[in-house]
Ligand binder design. Structure first.
Ligand SMILES: Cc1cc2nc3c(=O)[nH]c(=O)nc-3n(C[C@H](O)[C@H](O)[C@H](O)COP(=O)(O)OP(=O)(O)OC[C@H]3O[C@@H](n4cnc5c(N)ncnc54)[C@H](O)[C@@H]3O)c2cc1C
Length: 320
């Protein structure tokens, strides 16, 4: 089994789910290659090598500074042609999904997105992925002969801490190819310090907060816990917060260790985006709210009393 991992960087730093891909690839055994594209990829490649990324293919160019799915597809495609992997592994983040669907179409290989497990049965790779909002899990195998393109849901595998590897500097002609789109600049959204899909803790707010002016207390709780702020679609649609924070069917799928839902009813479209979280805590003044059916801990009460009390308690406990 030869696995090519596509590691991604943002602002010249590895995104942590790239290191989770190495851990997943290690579980398959066999040969591991890792591709990293950046303006200056060598430093990142060294880190990947020291985490067990195997043969780390470093492609450096100013045009690779920012994610550009058209250009990245061509560059990775050239590496796939050169190294001929059995499986190409990426992360099921916004960028990872955009890249892998293009890659699979360009190379003509099968694609499994948002996988929650990969394993070898004999010499066959079996990829497990959810359907119907997680109600059904299916096992997929590749009978195609082409590389199997798989994106893994973040936070399912731990980050690889160590291992061996070597850095190989690659010269890829596709870097110079003409593209229809050029990314000149990327501006981070204000406020969001912790990436939602990579967060270990998420505190989300819903319509129970009554208005945008009350979201500050939820954000404060998230910040005290070192977590990210999430939102239901109802409050995104009401323009209380940005779409980037939305969790659910038409927002982000998240998988933190701890998910705290505040003033969120628990509509199925919200639940499908967060139900695989490690521990779910719900705060809602309606004891019959559907969110309690999937919560590990439920607090029936008024968010305007509970949230400040939780924040105060966590501040005391954590010394924050
Ligand atoms: C095609 C489609 C896609 C969708 N995609 C998504 C999606 O991606 N994500 C998503 O979230 N939704 C999505 N929705 C919308 C979804 O169906 C719900 O409408 C939405 O999740 C409801 O948001 P909410 O829980 O914040 O609001 P509500 O359903 O209005 O719930 C508010 C909750 O707050 C509680 N509450 C009120 N006051 C307080 C208080 N003082 N203290 C504590 N609790 C209080 C209430 O008891 C209630 O349970 C989608 C819908 C459709 C049709």
């Amino acid at each position: 089994m030869k696995t090519l991992i596509v590691a991604l960087q943002k602002d010249g730093k590895l995104i942590s789910s790239s290191l989770e891909l190495i851990e997943a690839a290690k579980s398959l055994g066999g040969e591991i290659l890792t591709a990293i594209l950046a303006e200056h990829a060598e430093q990142l490649a060294s880190e990947l090598a020291s985490r067990g990324g195997g043969k780390v293919l470093a492609v450096s160019d100013a045009r690779l500074k920012y994610f550009n799915d058209e250009l990245y597809t061509r560059v990775i495609g050239e590496l796939i042609e050169k190294y001929n992997p059995d499986v190409v592994l990426g992360t099921a983040t916004f960028y990872g999904k955009a890249l892998f669907s293009r890659l699979a179409a360009a190379i003509g290989g099968p694609m499994a997105s948002d996988a929650v497990k990969i394993a070898l049965e004999g010499d066959q790779l079996v990829v497990t992925r959810p359907h119907y909002g997680g109600a059904v899990l299916s096992d997929l195998v590749n009978n195609d002969g082409k590389p199997f393109f798989v994106t893994l849901r973040p936070k399912v595998y731990p980050e690889s801490k160590d291992g061996s590897g070597e850095v190989v500097t690659e010269t890829v002609s596709a870097v110079g190819s003409e593209t229809r789109m050029t990314v000149k600049e990327v501006k981070s959204e204000a406020g969001g310090t912790v990436n939602l899909t990579e967060a270990d803790v998420i505190v989300s707010a819903g319509r129970g907060l009554k208005g945008a002016e009350h979201l500050g207390m939820v954000k404060e709780l998230a910040s005290v816990l070192g977590g990210a702020f999430g939102a239901s679609r109802a409050i995104v649609d009401a323009s209380w917060t940005e779409y980037a924070n939305q969790v659910g069917q038409t927002g982000k799928t998240v998988n933190p260790k701890l998910y705290i839902a505040i003033g969120i009813s628990g509509a199925i479209q919200h639940i499908v985006g967060m139900r695989s979280s490690g521990t779910i805590v719900a705060v809602n003044k309606d004891k019959d709210a559907p969110i309690f059916s999937i919560a590990n801990y439920g607090i029936v009460g008024d968010a305007f009393e509970i949230v400040p009390a939780l924040t105060k308690k966590f501040k005391e406990e954590l010394g924050a």
